[in-house]
Design a protein around this ligand. Sequence first.
Ligand SMILES: O=C(O)[C@H](O)COP(=O)(O)O
Length: 227
Amino acid sequence: MRLVMIRHGQSEWNKLNLFTGWTDVDLSEEGVAEARAAGKLLKEKGFAFDVAYTSVLTRANHTLNLVLAEMEELWVPVYKSWRLNERHYGALQGLNKEETAEKYGADQVHIWRRSYDVLPPLLEEDDPRQSKFDRRYQMLDTSTLPSGENLKVTLERVLPYWEDEIAPSLKAGKEVVIAAHGNSLRALAKHLEGISDDDIMDLEIPTGKPLVYELDDNFKVLNKYYL
Ligand SMILES: O=C(O)[C@H](O)COP(=O)(O)O
């Protein structure tokens, strides 16, 4: 079974070095170029997708469209879920990462960004940035939407989507692409590769680079590489 994961290309807020999370920013010009180059490369290397999964955030949706357009595969069925969203960065969303490190210390910011189970400061209940005010989440039980997530919580909400939707597609022999985010993909990589809570701190997934997993029938990773 072959699975391709792709983190969206550089976003406007990656470029400005801002905590983004569930904030719905689009790709930067460089991000658009990265996504196109990824699609071109996938096509050259003979990839052909049967089904695609992405989040409900524009930067990942846009990346997927650009990839599929380059591959001349815009017809491929695309499924979107909030479960593939970036981890919610809580009240850090919109802050500059470097300025936050100056204010709270680099160690604290590293813990917020990379620890497995420390939550970021949460959004206040009535903060206008709360997802309950966003139309795209209205079909969900809005009382369960996060106000801030660590990687552990992110993995817990990614996993049911993997088990119920993505893994069965792979089992059915489909070639699958997931266009998502740094931390939702780190969560999935942790699960697939059995990475420990400590070691996951060191895993970084670059923007716009197709990451290929070859899996056996039991989802054991046989091979992993970037294109
Ligand atoms: O949400 C964000 O700010 C980024 O997409 C991921 O950021 P991180 O590398 O700080 O987790």
